[in-house]
Design a protein around this ligand. Structure first.
Ligand SMILES: [Zn+2]
Length: 470
Protein backbone atom coordinates (compact mmCIF):
# COMPACT_ATOMS: atom_id res chain seq x y z
CA UNK A 1 0.00 0.00 0.00
CA UNK A 2 3.01 2.19 0.54
CA UNK A 3 3.41 2.59 -3.20
CA UNK A 4 -0.14 3.81 -3.64
CA UNK A 5 0.28 6.31 -0.82
CA UNK A 6 3.57 7.53 -2.20
CA UNK A 7 2.26 8.00 -5.69
CA UNK A 8 -0.69 9.83 -4.14
CA UNK A 9 1.72 12.15 -2.39
CA UNK A 10 3.89 12.68 -5.45
CA UNK A 11 0.83 13.54 -7.49
CA UNK A 12 -0.34 15.94 -4.78
CA UNK A 13 2.41 18.33 -5.83
CA UNK A 14 0.53 18.92 -9.06
CA UNK A 15 -3.10 19.47 -8.16
CA UNK A 16 -5.53 19.09 -5.31
CA UNK A 17 -8.00 17.24 -7.49
CA UNK A 18 -5.40 14.55 -8.00
CA UNK A 19 -4.58 14.50 -4.28
CA UNK A 20 -8.18 13.56 -3.63
CA UNK A 21 -8.00 10.79 -6.20
CA UNK A 22 -4.74 9.56 -4.69
CA UNK A 23 -6.17 9.52 -1.17
CA UNK A 24 -9.37 7.79 -2.12
CA UNK A 25 -7.32 5.17 -3.96
CA UNK A 26 -5.21 4.44 -0.90
CA UNK A 27 -8.19 4.46 1.45
CA UNK A 28 -10.10 1.94 -0.60
CA UNK A 29 -6.95 -0.16 -0.94
CA UNK A 30 -6.56 -0.14 2.84
CA UNK A 31 -10.17 -1.14 3.29
CA UNK A 32 -9.51 -4.20 1.15
CA UNK A 33 -6.44 -5.11 3.23
CA UNK A 34 -8.24 -7.58 5.46
CA UNK A 35 -9.46 -9.60 2.49
CA UNK A 36 -6.20 -9.66 0.52
CA UNK A 37 -5.04 -13.27 0.14
CA UNK A 38 -1.67 -14.10 1.73
CA UNK A 39 0.94 -16.41 0.23
CA UNK A 40 4.01 -17.37 2.23
CA UNK A 41 7.06 -18.80 0.46
CA UNK A 42 9.29 -20.60 2.96
CA UNK A 43 12.70 -22.25 2.64
CA UNK A 44 13.88 -20.26 -0.38
CA UNK A 45 17.15 -18.58 -1.36
CA UNK A 46 16.27 -15.13 -2.67
CA UNK A 47 17.99 -13.46 -5.60
CA UNK A 48 16.64 -9.96 -5.07
CA UNK A 49 17.40 -8.67 -8.58
CA UNK A 50 20.36 -6.56 -7.46
CA UNK A 51 22.78 -8.36 -5.12
CA UNK A 52 25.02 -11.22 -6.19
CA UNK A 53 24.70 -12.81 -2.75
CA UNK A 54 21.40 -14.62 -2.36
CA UNK A 55 19.44 -14.16 0.87
CA UNK A 56 19.70 -17.73 2.08
CA UNK A 57 17.04 -19.72 3.92
CA UNK A 58 14.52 -16.91 3.68
CA UNK A 59 10.76 -16.52 3.65
CA UNK A 60 8.79 -14.16 1.43
CA UNK A 61 5.27 -13.06 2.30
CA UNK A 62 2.94 -11.87 -0.45
CA UNK A 63 -0.18 -9.91 0.41
CA UNK A 64 -2.53 -9.39 -2.50
CA UNK A 65 -0.35 -8.33 -5.41
CA UNK A 66 2.58 -6.93 -3.38
CA UNK A 67 5.49 -8.34 -1.43
CA UNK A 68 4.81 -7.67 2.22
CA UNK A 69 7.98 -9.05 3.82
CA UNK A 70 11.31 -10.71 3.01
CA UNK A 71 13.03 -12.21 6.04
CA UNK A 72 15.50 -14.82 7.22
CA UNK A 73 13.42 -15.08 10.40
CA UNK A 74 10.25 -17.12 10.32
CA UNK A 75 7.29 -14.98 9.23
CA UNK A 76 4.14 -15.40 11.26
CA UNK A 77 1.17 -15.47 8.89
CA UNK A 78 -1.35 -18.04 10.12
CA UNK A 79 -3.86 -17.32 7.35
CA UNK A 80 -1.36 -17.59 4.51
CA UNK A 81 -1.20 -20.31 1.91
CA UNK A 82 2.27 -21.78 2.50
CA UNK A 83 4.50 -22.79 -0.40
CA UNK A 84 7.59 -24.69 0.72
CA UNK A 85 10.36 -23.77 -1.72
CA UNK A 86 12.52 -26.73 -0.59
CA UNK A 87 15.73 -24.78 -1.04
CA UNK A 88 14.98 -23.46 -4.53
CA UNK A 89 15.89 -19.97 -5.74
CA UNK A 90 13.21 -17.31 -5.62
CA UNK A 91 13.79 -14.54 -8.17
CA UNK A 92 11.89 -11.58 -9.60
CA UNK A 93 9.92 -12.36 -12.74
CA UNK A 94 11.96 -11.67 -15.87
CA UNK A 95 11.59 -8.47 -17.90
CA UNK A 96 11.85 -8.32 -21.70
CA UNK A 97 12.61 -4.79 -22.87
CA UNK A 98 12.34 -5.13 -26.63
CA UNK A 99 9.68 -7.40 -28.10
CA UNK A 100 7.23 -7.01 -30.96
CA UNK A 101 4.27 -9.09 -29.84
CA UNK A 102 2.13 -8.15 -32.84
CA UNK A 103 4.64 -8.83 -35.62
CA UNK A 104 4.39 -12.41 -36.81
CA UNK A 105 6.46 -12.12 -39.99
CA UNK A 106 7.57 -13.98 -42.00
CA UNK A 107 8.61 -10.75 -43.74
CA UNK A 108 7.73 -7.08 -43.47
CA UNK A 109 6.22 -6.94 -46.98
CA UNK A 110 4.07 -9.97 -46.17
CA UNK A 111 2.70 -8.28 -43.06
CA UNK A 112 2.00 -5.15 -45.05
CA UNK A 113 0.35 -6.97 -47.93
CA UNK A 114 -1.69 -9.80 -46.45
CA UNK A 115 -2.39 -9.21 -42.81
CA UNK A 116 -5.58 -8.17 -41.06
CA UNK A 117 -6.11 -6.95 -37.53
CA UNK A 118 -7.24 -10.44 -36.52
CA UNK A 119 -3.87 -11.89 -37.51
CA UNK A 120 -2.03 -9.34 -35.41
CA UNK A 121 -4.34 -9.75 -32.43
CA UNK A 122 -4.24 -13.53 -32.39
CA UNK A 123 -0.47 -13.54 -32.73
CA UNK A 124 -0.15 -10.94 -29.96
CA UNK A 125 -2.32 -12.95 -27.61
CA UNK A 126 -0.33 -16.13 -28.21
CA UNK A 127 2.99 -14.30 -27.83
CA UNK A 128 1.82 -12.77 -24.55
CA UNK A 129 0.98 -16.18 -23.15
CA UNK A 130 4.26 -17.67 -24.37
CA UNK A 131 6.29 -14.88 -22.75
CA UNK A 132 4.56 -15.34 -19.40
CA UNK A 133 5.19 -19.09 -19.45
CA UNK A 134 8.88 -18.48 -20.21
CA UNK A 135 9.07 -16.57 -16.92
CA UNK A 136 8.61 -13.02 -18.23
CA UNK A 137 6.16 -11.15 -16.03
CA UNK A 138 6.83 -7.83 -17.82
CA UNK A 139 7.32 -7.09 -21.52
CA UNK A 140 8.06 -3.75 -23.14
CA UNK A 141 6.95 -3.69 -26.75
CA UNK A 142 9.32 -1.80 -29.05
CA UNK A 143 6.82 -0.85 -31.73
CA UNK A 144 3.69 -2.04 -33.48
CA UNK A 145 1.32 -2.47 -30.54
CA UNK A 146 -1.25 -0.14 -28.98
CA UNK A 147 -3.16 -0.37 -25.71
CA UNK A 148 -5.63 -3.12 -26.63
CA UNK A 149 -3.51 -6.12 -25.76
CA UNK A 150 -2.70 -4.69 -22.35
CA UNK A 151 -6.38 -4.06 -21.68
CA UNK A 152 -7.14 -7.70 -22.43
CA UNK A 153 -4.27 -8.97 -20.25
CA UNK A 154 -4.94 -6.67 -17.31
CA UNK A 155 -8.66 -7.43 -17.43
CA UNK A 156 -7.88 -11.15 -17.24
CA UNK A 157 -9.34 -11.89 -20.69
CA UNK A 158 -6.07 -13.50 -21.78
CA UNK A 159 -2.92 -14.51 -19.90
CA UNK A 160 0.21 -12.48 -20.40
CA UNK A 161 2.85 -10.30 -18.80
CA UNK A 162 2.54 -6.70 -17.68
CA UNK A 163 2.77 -4.84 -20.94
CA UNK A 164 4.37 -1.56 -21.98
CA UNK A 165 3.54 -0.87 -25.68
CA UNK A 166 5.12 1.91 -27.77
CA UNK A 167 2.25 2.40 -30.23
CA UNK A 168 3.27 2.87 -33.84
CA UNK A 169 6.95 2.97 -34.78
CA UNK A 170 7.80 6.56 -35.65
CA UNK A 171 10.12 6.59 -38.65
CA UNK A 172 11.09 8.50 -41.75
CA UNK A 173 10.40 7.73 -45.39
CA UNK A 174 12.66 4.86 -46.42
CA UNK A 175 13.63 4.23 -42.80
CA UNK A 176 13.41 1.07 -40.74
CA UNK A 177 9.68 1.42 -40.07
CA UNK A 178 8.71 2.14 -43.68
CA UNK A 179 6.74 -0.96 -44.63
CA UNK A 180 5.03 0.62 -47.62
CA UNK A 181 4.94 -1.08 -50.99
CA UNK A 182 7.93 -0.22 -53.20
CA UNK A 183 6.02 2.11 -55.51
CA UNK A 184 3.80 3.70 -52.85
CA UNK A 185 4.19 7.51 -52.94
CA UNK A 186 5.50 9.24 -49.78
CA UNK A 187 2.85 9.63 -47.13
CA UNK A 188 0.59 6.91 -48.55
CA UNK A 189 -1.72 5.14 -46.21
CA UNK A 190 -0.54 1.61 -45.53
CA UNK A 191 -1.90 -1.47 -43.80
CA UNK A 192 0.46 -0.74 -40.93
CA UNK A 193 -0.47 2.95 -40.69
CA UNK A 194 -4.22 2.24 -40.73
CA UNK A 195 -3.79 -0.01 -37.69
CA UNK A 196 -1.29 2.42 -36.07
CA UNK A 197 1.53 -0.11 -36.14
CA UNK A 198 3.93 2.18 -38.04
CA UNK A 199 3.75 5.86 -39.04
CA UNK A 200 5.89 7.76 -41.52
CA UNK A 201 6.93 11.22 -40.37
CA UNK A 202 8.31 14.12 -42.35
CA UNK A 203 9.03 17.07 -40.12
CA UNK A 204 8.32 17.94 -36.52
CA UNK A 205 4.60 18.48 -37.08
CA UNK A 206 4.19 14.83 -38.11
CA UNK A 207 6.19 13.74 -35.09
CA UNK A 208 3.93 15.74 -32.78
CA UNK A 209 0.82 14.37 -34.46
CA UNK A 210 1.69 10.69 -34.44
CA UNK A 211 3.56 10.71 -31.12
CA UNK A 212 0.55 12.23 -29.36
CA UNK A 213 -1.73 9.79 -31.12
CA UNK A 214 0.40 6.92 -29.81
CA UNK A 215 -0.11 8.01 -26.22
CA UNK A 216 -3.80 8.49 -26.95
CA UNK A 217 -3.92 4.88 -28.16
CA UNK A 218 -2.31 3.44 -25.05
CA UNK A 219 1.45 3.74 -25.58
CA UNK A 220 3.52 4.00 -22.42
CA UNK A 221 6.61 5.37 -24.22
CA UNK A 222 7.64 6.22 -27.79
CA UNK A 223 9.84 4.40 -30.28
CA UNK A 224 11.81 6.44 -32.83
CA UNK A 225 13.61 4.76 -35.73
CA UNK A 226 16.99 6.38 -36.37
CA UNK A 227 19.09 3.67 -37.96
CA UNK A 228 18.27 1.19 -40.68
CA UNK A 229 18.45 -2.57 -40.64
CA UNK A 230 20.10 -5.59 -42.17
CA UNK A 231 17.18 -7.56 -43.59
CA UNK A 232 14.84 -4.64 -44.33
CA UNK A 233 14.36 -3.36 -47.86
CA UNK A 234 15.12 0.33 -48.25
CA UNK A 235 17.46 1.26 -45.43
CA UNK A 236 21.21 0.95 -45.09
CA UNK A 237 21.98 -0.04 -41.49
CA UNK A 238 24.19 3.04 -41.27
CA UNK A 239 21.23 5.37 -41.89
CA UNK A 240 21.04 8.47 -39.68
CA UNK A 241 17.31 9.12 -39.96
CA UNK A 242 15.56 11.89 -38.12
CA UNK A 243 16.84 15.43 -37.79
CA UNK A 244 17.82 16.63 -34.31
CA UNK A 245 14.59 18.66 -34.38
CA UNK A 246 12.46 15.60 -35.18
CA UNK A 247 14.03 13.47 -32.45
CA UNK A 248 13.68 16.34 -30.00
CA UNK A 249 10.03 16.67 -31.02
CA UNK A 250 9.47 13.05 -30.01
CA UNK A 251 11.21 13.68 -26.68
CA UNK A 252 9.10 16.81 -26.27
CA UNK A 253 5.84 14.85 -26.66
CA UNK A 254 7.06 12.04 -24.38
CA UNK A 255 7.88 14.61 -21.73
CA UNK A 256 4.39 16.08 -22.02
CA UNK A 257 3.24 12.68 -20.78
CA UNK A 258 5.99 12.31 -18.18
CA UNK A 259 7.46 9.49 -20.26
CA UNK A 260 10.49 8.90 -22.48
CA UNK A 261 11.72 7.88 -25.94
CA UNK A 262 13.48 4.70 -26.98
CA UNK A 263 15.52 4.99 -30.20
CA UNK A 264 16.59 2.33 -32.68
CA UNK A 265 20.24 3.40 -33.02
CA UNK A 266 23.19 1.55 -34.52
CA UNK A 267 25.92 4.03 -35.42
CA UNK A 268 27.85 6.01 -32.90
CA UNK A 269 26.62 9.27 -34.49
CA UNK A 270 23.02 8.06 -34.10
CA UNK A 271 23.48 7.03 -30.48
CA UNK A 272 25.15 10.31 -29.53
CA UNK A 273 22.55 12.45 -31.28
CA UNK A 274 19.75 10.48 -29.61
CA UNK A 275 21.32 10.96 -26.20
CA UNK A 276 21.83 14.63 -26.96
CA UNK A 277 18.13 15.00 -27.80
CA UNK A 278 17.13 13.40 -24.49
CA UNK A 279 16.44 9.81 -25.56
CA UNK A 280 16.65 7.59 -22.46
CA UNK A 281 16.72 4.10 -23.95
CA UNK A 282 19.17 3.22 -26.73
CA UNK A 283 17.98 0.16 -28.64
CA UNK A 284 20.57 -2.20 -30.14
CA UNK A 285 23.36 0.38 -29.81
CA UNK A 286 25.79 -1.93 -31.58
CA UNK A 287 28.51 0.71 -31.97
CA UNK A 288 28.64 1.16 -28.19
CA UNK A 289 32.01 2.29 -26.87
CA UNK A 290 33.50 3.91 -23.77
CA UNK A 291 32.83 7.46 -24.98
CA UNK A 292 29.15 6.60 -25.40
CA UNK A 293 29.22 4.97 -21.95
CA UNK A 294 30.37 8.21 -20.42
CA UNK A 295 27.55 10.22 -22.00
CA UNK A 296 25.01 7.55 -21.04
CA UNK A 297 26.12 7.58 -17.43
CA UNK A 298 25.96 11.38 -17.31
CA UNK A 299 22.39 11.30 -18.62
CA UNK A 300 21.25 8.23 -16.68
CA UNK A 301 20.34 6.51 -19.96
CA UNK A 302 19.97 2.79 -20.64
CA UNK A 303 20.84 0.43 -23.48
CA UNK A 304 19.21 -2.81 -24.58
CA UNK A 305 20.97 -5.02 -27.12
CA UNK A 306 19.92 -8.20 -28.87
CA UNK A 307 23.11 -10.22 -28.51
CA UNK A 308 22.04 -12.55 -31.32
CA UNK A 309 23.54 -9.82 -33.56
CA UNK A 310 26.95 -11.07 -32.39
CA UNK A 311 26.16 -14.69 -33.06
CA UNK A 312 28.92 -16.21 -35.15
CA UNK A 313 26.33 -18.04 -37.26
CA UNK A 314 24.48 -14.83 -38.19
CA UNK A 315 25.80 -14.77 -41.73
CA UNK A 316 24.38 -18.28 -42.33
CA UNK A 317 20.79 -17.35 -41.52
CA UNK A 318 18.68 -17.93 -44.65
CA UNK A 319 17.17 -14.41 -44.57
CA UNK A 320 20.74 -13.06 -44.68
CA UNK A 321 22.72 -15.65 -46.62
CA UNK A 322 20.25 -15.95 -49.52
CA UNK A 323 19.83 -12.23 -50.13
CA UNK A 324 23.04 -10.71 -51.51
CA UNK A 325 22.18 -7.16 -50.42
CA UNK A 326 21.42 -8.37 -46.90
CA UNK A 327 24.58 -10.47 -46.76
CA UNK A 328 26.70 -7.47 -47.77
CA UNK A 329 24.96 -5.33 -45.14
CA UNK A 330 25.43 -8.03 -42.48
CA UNK A 331 29.15 -8.33 -43.21
CA UNK A 332 29.82 -4.62 -42.90
CA UNK A 333 27.64 -4.41 -39.79
CA UNK A 334 29.45 -7.32 -38.12
CA UNK A 335 32.77 -5.64 -38.72
CA UNK A 336 31.60 -2.37 -37.19
CA UNK A 337 29.91 -4.03 -34.21
CA UNK A 338 32.89 -6.24 -33.31
CA UNK A 339 33.93 -4.13 -30.33
CA UNK A 340 30.60 -4.15 -28.48
CA UNK A 341 31.15 -7.00 -26.03
CA UNK A 342 34.65 -5.91 -24.99
CA UNK A 343 33.55 -2.27 -24.71
CA UNK A 344 30.57 -3.26 -22.53
CA UNK A 345 32.88 -5.20 -20.23
CA UNK A 346 35.38 -2.37 -20.06
CA UNK A 347 32.86 0.46 -19.59
CA UNK A 348 29.65 -1.15 -18.35
CA UNK A 349 26.40 0.80 -18.42
CA UNK A 350 22.87 -0.16 -17.41
CA UNK A 351 21.89 -2.76 -19.99
CA UNK A 352 18.51 -4.45 -20.25
CA UNK A 353 17.46 -7.74 -21.84
CA UNK A 354 16.10 -7.66 -25.37
CA UNK A 355 15.24 -10.31 -27.94
CA UNK A 356 13.65 -8.31 -30.80
CA UNK A 357 11.99 -11.36 -32.32
CA UNK A 358 9.69 -10.90 -35.29
CA UNK A 359 8.29 -14.27 -36.27
CA UNK A 360 6.21 -17.23 -35.20
CA UNK A 361 5.56 -17.93 -31.53
CA UNK A 362 7.60 -21.12 -31.79
CA UNK A 363 10.58 -19.34 -33.40
CA UNK A 364 10.47 -16.54 -30.82
CA UNK A 365 10.39 -19.07 -27.98
CA UNK A 366 13.66 -20.49 -29.33
CA UNK A 367 15.18 -17.05 -29.89
CA UNK A 368 14.38 -15.90 -26.33
CA UNK A 369 16.05 -19.00 -24.87
CA UNK A 370 19.07 -18.42 -27.10
CA UNK A 371 19.26 -14.75 -26.12
CA UNK A 372 19.31 -15.83 -22.46
CA UNK A 373 22.12 -18.26 -23.32
CA UNK A 374 24.20 -15.59 -25.10
CA UNK A 375 23.86 -13.19 -22.16
CA UNK A 376 25.46 -15.80 -19.95
CA UNK A 377 28.11 -16.67 -22.55
CA UNK A 378 29.21 -13.06 -22.91
CA UNK A 379 28.59 -11.59 -19.46
CA UNK A 380 28.18 -14.45 -16.97
CA UNK A 381 25.23 -15.41 -14.78
CA UNK A 382 25.13 -12.57 -12.26
CA UNK A 383 25.17 -9.74 -14.82
CA UNK A 384 22.64 -11.68 -16.88
CA UNK A 385 20.28 -12.01 -13.92
CA UNK A 386 20.49 -8.27 -13.18
CA UNK A 387 19.87 -7.57 -16.87
CA UNK A 388 16.78 -9.81 -16.81
CA UNK A 389 15.31 -8.31 -13.65
CA UNK A 390 16.12 -5.04 -11.82
CA UNK A 391 17.52 -3.15 -14.81
CA UNK A 392 14.34 -3.93 -16.72
CA UNK A 393 12.31 -2.67 -13.79
CA UNK A 394 14.18 0.64 -13.81
CA UNK A 395 13.65 1.09 -17.54
CA UNK A 396 9.90 0.48 -17.60
CA UNK A 397 9.51 2.84 -14.62
CA UNK A 398 10.80 5.64 -16.87
CA UNK A 399 7.28 5.72 -18.33
CA UNK A 400 6.46 7.83 -15.28
CA UNK A 401 3.56 8.25 -12.91
CA UNK A 402 0.97 9.09 -15.56
CA UNK A 403 1.59 6.54 -18.30
CA UNK A 404 3.00 3.61 -16.29
CA UNK A 405 -0.02 1.37 -15.67
CA UNK A 406 1.68 -0.33 -12.71
CA UNK A 407 2.67 2.24 -10.09
CA UNK A 408 1.78 0.49 -6.84
CA UNK A 409 5.22 -1.12 -6.45
CA UNK A 410 8.62 -1.68 -8.04
CA UNK A 411 9.19 -4.25 -10.77
CA UNK A 412 12.22 -6.52 -11.16
CA UNK A 413 13.16 -6.75 -7.49
CA UNK A 414 12.26 -8.84 -4.47
CA UNK A 415 11.79 -6.40 -1.62
CA UNK A 416 9.10 -5.14 0.68
CA UNK A 417 6.52 -3.14 -1.26
CA UNK A 418 7.54 -4.50 -4.69
CA UNK A 419 5.01 -6.16 -6.96
CA UNK A 420 4.61 -9.89 -6.34
CA UNK A 421 6.09 -10.98 -9.69
CA UNK A 422 7.99 -14.07 -8.61
CA UNK A 423 9.66 -17.17 -10.03
CA UNK A 424 10.70 -20.29 -8.14
CA UNK A 425 13.57 -21.96 -9.97
CA UNK A 426 15.30 -25.30 -9.45
CA UNK A 427 18.95 -24.93 -8.46
CA UNK A 428 20.94 -21.70 -8.45
CA UNK A 429 20.94 -19.63 -11.66
CA UNK A 430 23.95 -17.69 -10.37
CA UNK A 431 25.97 -20.92 -10.66
CA UNK A 432 24.16 -22.77 -13.43
CA UNK A 433 22.41 -20.22 -15.62
CA UNK A 434 20.71 -22.87 -17.77
CA UNK A 435 17.99 -23.27 -15.11
CA UNK A 436 16.39 -20.01 -16.28
CA UNK A 437 15.48 -21.79 -19.52
CA UNK A 438 18.35 -21.22 -21.94
CA UNK A 439 18.79 -22.81 -25.35
CA UNK A 440 22.22 -23.19 -26.92
CA UNK A 441 21.00 -23.26 -30.51
CA UNK A 442 19.14 -20.72 -32.64
CA UNK A 443 18.39 -21.69 -36.24
CA UNK A 444 17.72 -25.40 -36.54
CA UNK A 445 16.93 -25.76 -32.82
CA UNK A 446 14.21 -28.18 -31.76
CA UNK A 447 10.90 -26.66 -30.69
CA UNK A 448 10.95 -25.70 -27.02
CA UNK A 449 8.50 -26.70 -24.31
CA UNK A 450 5.68 -24.35 -23.42
CA UNK A 451 7.57 -23.52 -20.22
CA UNK A 452 11.04 -24.49 -18.92
CA UNK A 453 10.75 -27.45 -16.53
CA UNK A 454 13.20 -25.82 -14.12
CA UNK A 455 10.95 -22.79 -13.63
CA UNK A 456 8.61 -24.45 -11.16
CA UNK A 457 6.38 -21.56 -10.22
CA UNK A 458 5.38 -18.36 -12.01
CA UNK A 459 3.51 -15.66 -10.08
CA UNK A 460 2.45 -12.33 -11.58
CA UNK A 461 0.66 -9.66 -9.60
CA UNK A 462 0.19 -12.15 -6.75
CA UNK A 463 -1.54 -14.70 -9.01
CA UNK A 464 0.06 -18.08 -9.71
CA UNK A 465 0.10 -19.01 -13.42
CA UNK A 466 2.27 -22.12 -13.12
CA UNK A 467 3.05 -24.40 -10.22
CA UNK A 468 4.64 -27.83 -10.67
CA UNK A 469 5.79 -28.19 -7.07
CA UNK A 470 3.13 -30.67 -5.99
ZN1 LIG B 1 12.89 -4.10 -32.70
Amino acid sequence: MKGVLMSGLRMSLCSTAIVAAGLSLSTSAQAQDQEEPLTLFTNVHVFDGVNEQRIENASVLVEGNLIKAVSTDAIDAPNATVIDGEGRTLTPGFIELHAHLMLMGPTLPAMEANTTWEDFAIHGARMAEMYLMQGFTTVRDAGGANGGLRRAIDAGQIEGPRYFPSGAFIGTRGGHADFANFTAPPGSETNMSRLNLAQEVSGVDDVYRFARNNFRMGATQLKFMQSGGVVSAFDPWQLLAGSPEEIRAAVQVANEYGSYVMAHSYRKEAILSALDAGVMSIEHGFSFDCEIAQVMNEKGAYITTNLTAFDPGLLDIPAVANVPSSLAKAKSASATFAGYIDNMKECPVKRGFQTDCVGSVEACNIQIAYEKHLNNEFFGPYTSMVTLTSTGGEVVALSGDFMNPYTAGKLGVIEEGAYADILLIDGNPLEDFSVVGTGDQWFGADPRPESPETIRLIMKDGVIYKNTLD
